[in-house]
Design a binder for this molecule. Structure first.
Ligand code: DLL
Length: 436
């Protein structure tokens, strides 16, 4: 179902007019209320009057995560704190967290885009949604919760973790939809298997998965093991949280809610816009946010934008499933490697579990990549010869995909930590060594 047909199916010319108007207002808002933006614009010789619409967006400066950190905690807020009704935080791998704020109206927009998202995934009033994103500073829990309430869904605010209880509620409540990270979904599937519960005996029909990159092969794996449809939801705290974009039932790209978030893709090196249909770093300008409006925020996520009409009837641009961030990319002996490439190969081979870990190191000045892959009890207790053959097969396939040599190590079941939130799949010891 389309929750807000007026905005989601708007003719593109009308959408452009709306974006033009909203951009102008946002630029005025930041210029007059945020010193950081006023200074940046002044340095470029720009005044709000120079921006007449989306066609002028390229004149505006970019914003980065570092800018948010440098202005920690509230320096980029465009409204006094008395108007801010909620704060969330996104914890990076290093340094201070990024603090984001919302006015009452921002929360209204947040709920609206999440309601649209759940609706696009086929969820409605008659569904019971078990929300297994973490509640708290992370935007996943409360973000999905408010949107689900707006939609009229029966929402179970179970949060992340407590996996046995998740299973109990799936059974006892007849839960029809779940929202959680893809890596937690794998853990849940494994728990169901251990408890000898056939997913077909449950009422679960759809899962809303996001907050971390996951491949098409991972989608197939989750759909098979949980017997559901797996829908990809994307978002980031700085822009609002979950609900920046979502797949519709066509599962062919994620519709961006363009009346609120204007997307561009750029070449991360030259910062120039990418050609039509070319992959680039996703950049967003918020069009309606009050507390933390951001101009050309560099997400570091890599994707391609597709403006073709979608069979579902929505006219909004679709972004391709994000399988990596530019800062997730490992450079190993000069070769670019994305963890998602390893995931794709392992699931394609299908002879191991989907649990893996990349360990990158520098030994005698040479970068090394070791991939730990978990195998099941049966394989692990097999003859050494069989294990060796499997190890060779995986290394061979990884090496021909990644173009570097890879050491593969098969490990016992349950050796790799399971995730209830965002999975950590890379240990880069080189960084640690540099810091020493
Ligand atoms: O992860 C918001 C969210 C919550 C999205 C629940 C979806 C579901 P942050 O913690 O600020 O916000 O992390 C944002 O996570 O820049 C991406 O790198 C990554 N990410 C989020 N969704 C996806 C996705 C939330 N569907 C960062 N596919 C983003 C790939 C994703 N990466």
């Amino acid at each position: 179902m389309i929750w807000n047909e007026h905005y989601e199916c708007m003719p593109r010319e009308s959408l452009k007019k709306l974006q033009d108007e909203r951009l102008k207002k946002t630029v005025e808002r930041v210029y007059y209320n945020v010193e950081f933006y006023r200074r940046k614009m002044q340095a470029l010789g720009l005044e709000p009057g120079d921006i007449n619409g989306i066609d002028d967006i390229h004149k505006l400066p970019f914003t980065t995560k570092d800018d948010l950190r440098d202005n920690y905690p509230f320096g980029l807020f465009a409204t006094p704190l008395e108007n801010v009704t909620r704060l969330h935080a996104s914890s990076g791998t290093t340094g201070k967290p990024t603090i984001v704020g919302y006015t009452r109206h921002d929360i209204e927009i947040f709920s609206e885009v999440v309601a649209r998202s759940l609706s696009a995934a086929g969820i409605g009033k008659n569904d019971i949604l078990q929300n297994a994103y973490g509640y708290g500073l992370f935007t996943g829990g409360l973000g999905i919760h408010y949107g689900a309430e707006k939609l009229g869904v029966t929402v179970v605010p179970i949060s992340a973790g407590n996996t046995k209880k998740q299973v109990q509620f799936l059974q006892d409540f007849g839960t029809t939809a779940m929202s959680l990270t893809p890596s937690y979904a794998l853990y849940l599937a494994e728990t169901l298997e251990e408890m000898d519960i056939d997913p077909k005996s449950l009422n679960l029909k759809v899962g809303i998965f996001g907050a971390e990159p996951w491949t098409e092969n991972m989608r197939k794996e989750i759909e098979k093991r949980l017997d559901i449809k797996a829908i990809d939801i994307y978002g980031l705290s700085e822009i609002i949280g979950p609900g920046v974009s979502i797949e519709c039932m066509e599962q062919n790209g994620l519709h961006i809610f363009e009346d609120h978030f204007f997307p561009e893709t750029i070449n991360p090196k030259t910062l120039e816009p990418t050609a039509k249909g070319e992959e680039g770093e996703l950049v967003f300008t918020t069009l309606t946010k009050e507390a933390l409006p951001l101009i050309r925020y560099r997400t570091r996520d890599l994707t391609t934008l597709n403006y073709e009409a979608c069979a579902c009837g929505r006219t909004t641009v679709r972004m391709k499933k994000c399988t990596g961030r530019s800062d997730d990319m490992l450079i190993i002996r000069g070769v670019n490697v994305f963890p998602s490439q390893v995931e794709s190969v392992l699931l394609e081979l299908g002879e191991t579990s989907p649990h893996y870990m990349l360990i990158v190191d520098r030994i005698n000045n040479l970068d090394t990549l070791e991939v730990l892959v978990e195998v099941d009890e049966k394989i692990f207790s097999d003859e050494i010869r069989h294990l060796e053959t499997l190890t060779k097969k995986i290394s061979y396939t990884l090496e021909s995909t990644l173009n570097i040599s890879v050491k593969v190590k098969l490990v016992e079941p349950q050796t790799i930590a399971r995730s209830e939130g965002k999975a950590k799949r890379v240990i880069d010891n080189r960084k640690f060594k540099e810091e020493q």
